[in-house]
Design a protein. Structure first.
Lengths: 121, 421
């Protein structure tokens, strides 16, 4: 499978996104907490640039043992890719939509080799 | 930045940390859709788009005629209800829709007016030729208990809009905001703004706490009918007491935006306005479409039993509703293809539905939301995306420069391919 070099590891700061256009397909490479993820930059909703927005953690509502609402917090272990056009959210880990598992961003393999970051396309 | 491999050919790279927000770039995918779908072949009219007139409030304030109100406005400006007021505006999805903060810093040339540049950028990207522009925070003037303030600000905004925006860009139109709490001022507004460049109708925010059937408004409706202007009802967040039960904007928006138009439309029909003003065309804006079949069924059912309360009606409520116009956005499109198709049939969408984006708001719809519907034929799509609005408003077609350029390129290619070699 062809690989495209995206950058060196030191070039992309944590939280940054770099978008590649390869043969009419946009692939977004996201660096988050030292890990790299690559997805098709195309939202299945209205075709927005899904990866060009923010990443935000899953919001969690908290109930006590009796079922009373006691507050809300973020689950920092479940980061979402948020499409900037309408706010559709996808799990950063696998690209699956948060509200409907049938929707997903196509995932590409990222290879780290000799200090370089590559995407298999 | 460029990189390449032998396997893939040229690769284009973009790094967002190096980029400023730019509407054209943010809507690059919309521009691709416009090319793929050949939007250059037909007119696209967006009947509901917005600007943030609050960013130009110092300019608008200069048009306020009351010197005390003008002085107050220069200090107060247009404040936005926030998290501390209990009537918050969470349109940005709490930071998730980045164009809200990005566009505030978007760079534009000194001329034309900033709003014109921003409008042209999104219109050109989407393939929109003509757009009807409405305010954003000033829609909520309807919630102010200070009628004189509402009237004074509306007058100033409308004058500023006509003189600084509409007069400078013929692709931008508006249905002028009516200060509905002040019927006499509404009449004065129609008299003054009739014939102004870009004025294609008049608009009531359907969150006002005044009923459309009051005799105070009969002169207004008669005037609009006589002059051939449509009357639009634009929904908004509002301050309906029932909506105060929601602790999340999710509920306020999902129900509220339909509720306000349902109240206004129901009053419009059960007080027989379609019979009393048969040539006055009404448009129901920014409530989506799912509420319309619901209301048709509810009102028809009521009518069969309680016709004694509505003796001026000569037909069922749904018959009148099928002759009204509806803007498409935010069109309900989640797992409901059959329901949507039936809705189109029930509202006679082929002639009565008007495409709207609501851009730049959070739940905007692109033209592809209409164009990609599998149950419409090509002519239906073109009517909904522009033809119906062109006829309703009697619009002179003005195409975007990008679409004209693409059309010319296609024509050149056709000539080139036909030429003998």
């Amino acid at each position: 499978m062809p690989e495209v070099k995206v950058c060196t590891d030191s070039e992309l700061v944590d939280g940054a996104v770099r978008v590649l256009r390869v043969k009419d397909i946009e692939i977004a490479v996201i660096k988050h907490a030292g890990q790299y993820f690559a997805y098709h930059n195309h939202c299945p909703h209205q075709g927005g640039p899904a990866c060009e927005g923010v990443r935000m953690p899953q919001v969690v509502e908290l109930l006590d043992t009796q079922g009373n609402f006691i507050g809300q917090t973020f689950d920092e272990n479940d980061i979402h890719i948020v499409c900037p056009w309408h706010g559709y959210e996808f799990h950063l880990s696998d690209g699956v939509n948060v509200s409907d598992k049938r929707l997903r961003l196509k995932k590409f393999k990222v290879v780290e080799r000799d200090g370089g970051i590559y995407v298999a396309v | 930045m460029d990189a390449k491999t032998e396997e893939t050919g040229p690769v284009e790279l973009r790094d967002f940390s190096l980029e400023h927000y730019d509407t054209t770039q943010a809507l690059a995918h919309a521009a691709e859709q416009a090319v793929q779908r050949k939007y250059e072949d037909f007119l696209i009219v967006d009947v509901d788009s917005h600007h943030y007139e609050s960013e130009s409030f110092s300019e608008i304030a200069e048009y306020i005629e009351d010197p005390v109100l003008r002085q107050n406005a220069s200090h107060q400006a247009m404040t936005k209800p926030g998290i501390d007021t209990g009537n918050g505006s969470f349109q940005e999805l709490n930071g998730r829709i980045i164009r809200y903060r990005g566009r505030r810093k978007e760079k534009v040339p000194p001329t034309p007016h900033r709003d014109i540049t921003l409008m042209r950028r999104w219109m050109d990207a989407m393939g929109t030729d003509i757009a009807c522009l409405f305010p954003t925070p000033m829609l909520n003037l309807s919630l102010s208990p200070n009628v004189a303030m509402q009237t004074g600000l509306a007058w100033a905004y409308n004058r500023w809009l006509c003189e600084r925006i509409l007069a400078e860009e013929p692709r931008i139109k508006s249905m002028i905001y009516l200060p509905f709490h002040d019927p006499a001022a509404c009449v004065k507004t129609v008299e003054y703004f009739t014939g102004k460049p870009g004025v294609i109708g008049f608009m009531v925010t359907s969150t006002h706490h005044r009923s459309v059937f009051e005799n105070d408004y009969i002169k207004l409706y008669a005037m609009l009918q006589e002059r051939g202007f449509p009357l639009a009802f634009h929904s908004a967040t509002g301050s309906e007491p029932g909506l105060r039960l929601f602790n999340k904007f999710f509920g306020v928006h999902a129900l509220g935006f339909c509720w306000h138009n349902m109240v206004y439309l129901t009053n419009w029909i059960i007080n027989a306005m379609p019979e009393r003003f048969p040539k006055l065309k009404t448009i129901w804006i920014e409530s989506g479409l799912a509420w319309v079949p619901f209301l048709m069924q509810r009102l028809d059912n009521e009518y069969m039993i309680r016709s004694s309360e509505v003796p001026m009606l000569k037909r069922k409520p749904s018959d009148y509703m099928r002759e009204m116009y509806y803007s498409s956005q935010p069109m309900e499109m989640t797992d409901n293809r059959e329901s949507l198709e039936l809705t189109f049939k029930l509202i006679n969408a082929k002639s009565q539905l008007l495409y709207a984006s609501d851009f730049p708001h959070w739940d905007m719809d692109l033209p592809s939301t209409i164009y990609d519907l599998p149950f419409l034929d090509e002519q239906d799509k073109r009517n909904i995306l522009g033809g119906n609005a062109q006829r309703l408003f009697n619009l002179e077609p003005i195409y975007s420069p990008q679409k004209l350029a693409r059309r010319a390129a296609v024509a050149r290619d056709a000539v080139g391919s036909a030429s003998p070699t």
